[in-house]
Design a protein around this ligand. Sequence first.
Ligand code: R1P
Ligand code: URA
Length: 297
Amino acid sequence: MPIHEMNTANFPVDDKGRTYHVECKRGDIANRVITVGDPSRAKALATRFDKIVFEHTSHRGFLIVTGIYKNVPITIVSIGMGLSMMDFFVRETRAVVDGPMIIIRFGSCGSICDASAGNIIVSDSSYGIMRNYDYFTTPAKKSEAPYIITDKVLGDPSLTKSLLSKLKGSMGDDKVFVGANGCADSFYSSQGRLGNDFYDENDTLIETLKSKFDDAVSLEMEAHMLYHLAATSKDENGSPNIRASCALIVFANRISDNFITPDQANNAVKHCTDAIFDTLIEDNLGGAELHSAKGSV
Ligand code: R1P
Ligand code: URA
């Protein structure tokens, strides 16, 4: 449904057609989008634009930067952390963009494979890991598992293939890994971090994930929502109109317990920027006509 036909109860917009949380309106967002968690990562990526055509920070902290790279408009949006923020971002940008969208998440993760701090993991699929809330507070549910683990949802295979090969080209084959990402509803309990302040029952969680998925490589907090919404998106003919992929900088190795330094993190962003931008502009959006942000191209 076009945004001007939506009523406020279903989809609040202001008098200029700006969505309520992300504060984007038609023309602000390109069909090719990079989403990150941290606004400083968004700003570092944006230095690669030849020209910036739109920049806005919403009252809820979403930062949008739309720019031109090699004559093609790309939008970068930093969203903060977690499933709800990804949901706000995907739904509100989708509502103001005409035609197909491709979205690459450039985030950070904990590695549960051989990838070490500063390496990159490309998620060819993602599954959800959610605390089974009732297990902890409803005695009758104590026979259930403490964590709910969903099935995997695939990222877009062609976008993932292109992203993987470009990242290997710039980082080196041995620094880029690929596999299934676990997307958790907590940085702590549902990523298997142990602590004494809460009943979490998560000491075998990482082993459980690895035995359920033999390609389990990483843990973070947004990719499953992105892939789920891409898979359930629909255009006016009922066909999906969002394709997505995901590259994650390893911030922590959860097995060897090392954590990234600020220099390693900045380096990883520098080395990945062209690979991500080039993946986006080389994709022809399924042959669809290009819709430009701010009418630039
Ligand atoms: C947790 O520290 C945050 O880092 C990861 C997680 O998914 C979570 O959002 O990603 P970003 O670096 O993109 O925020
Ligand atoms: N982000 C996460 O969600 N988990 C980690 O361990 C590191 C970054």
